[in-house]
Design a protein around this ligand. Structure first.
Ligand SMILES: [Zn+2]
Length: 242
């Protein structure tokens, strides 16, 4: 289990760096993962004094219990203020193994104007098809009851927009939850651009029938691509500063 936890810690940190590098997360935001078979969660420690998402390493990943408290006190690290986003979703959803919360912008725009995100693009179509709920409160989710209200808004879906605040995506794995953040941002951007040009034609709900296996393959592929993009950015920056 110890090795599995270390590997998961690395993966949560890698997801944070990927989202930070892609501009989908500012210095705030957090990724978490449930330690399989336990009620413990690995989560990026509190943002503002732990550096940016882009700089996250396994050292900034804290283990918390489902009540939101750190399993072992670490002087440097505290659970993020919005830990209940994660813990209350894990409590409500046995199928969820990873949660991402970031302040991505494109999906949030749709909560400001009461427009649905339509299934207009293959990337993210599965999210739009199932419907993307909106949690209608822009206060920070810092209490168990706020976390429960958010989990109720999410329901059995894979993504949720938090009004004027950000988004939540979930998955069985860190890879799934992370890739869904990209897919949600992409389908939201396509909706935004289509509405600038005209009235988007509804794509039939099953316009692109994809089975579980295909979606799983896409998620593996996109995760690998995002890891490569992060590596490519690092190489470019090294060249710049030589
Ligand atoms: Zn937030």
């Amino acid at each position: 289990l110890k090795e599995a936890v270390a590997g998961l810690r690395d993966k949560v940190a890698l997801s944070c760096r990927i989202l930070g590098n892609a501009g989908l997360a500012d210095f705030l935001g957090h990724v978490s993962a449930r330690v399989p078979g336990t009620d413990k969660v690995l989560i990026r420690a509190r943002g503002s004094d732990a550096g940016s998402m882009l700089a996250t390493t396994a050292k900034e990943i804290l283990e918390v219990s489902l009540d939101g408290n750190a399993v072992r006190k670490e002087a440097r690290l505290r659970p993020p203020l919005e830990t209940p986003i994660h813990t209350r979703i894990y409590k409500a959803r046995k199928d969820v193994g990873s949660v991402v919360h970031v302040h991505a912008q494109a999906p949030v725009i749709f909560s400001l104007v009461d427009l649905p995100i339509l299934p207009l693009f293959n990337q993210g179509m599965e999210l739009a098809n199932e419907g993307i709920p909106v949690y209608p409160n822009n206060s920070l989710v810092t209490t168990a009851s706020a976390g429960d209200a958010l989990a109720a808004s999410l329901g059995h879906k894979m993504s949720c927009i938090m009004f004027a605040h950000g988004i939540v995506t979930v998955g069985r794995t860190v890879e799934e939850a992370t890739v869904r953040t990209f897919r949600l941002e992409t389908v939201a951007k396509m909706n935004f651009l289509a509405r600038l040009l005209g009235r988007p034609r509804a794509v039939p709900p099953m316009g692109r029938v994809v089975g579980r296996a295909i979606l799983d393959g896409e998620i593996r592929g996109e995760w690998g691509y995002q890891v490569e993009m992060l590596e490519a950015t690092k190489r470019t920056r090294r060249d710049e500063f030589r």
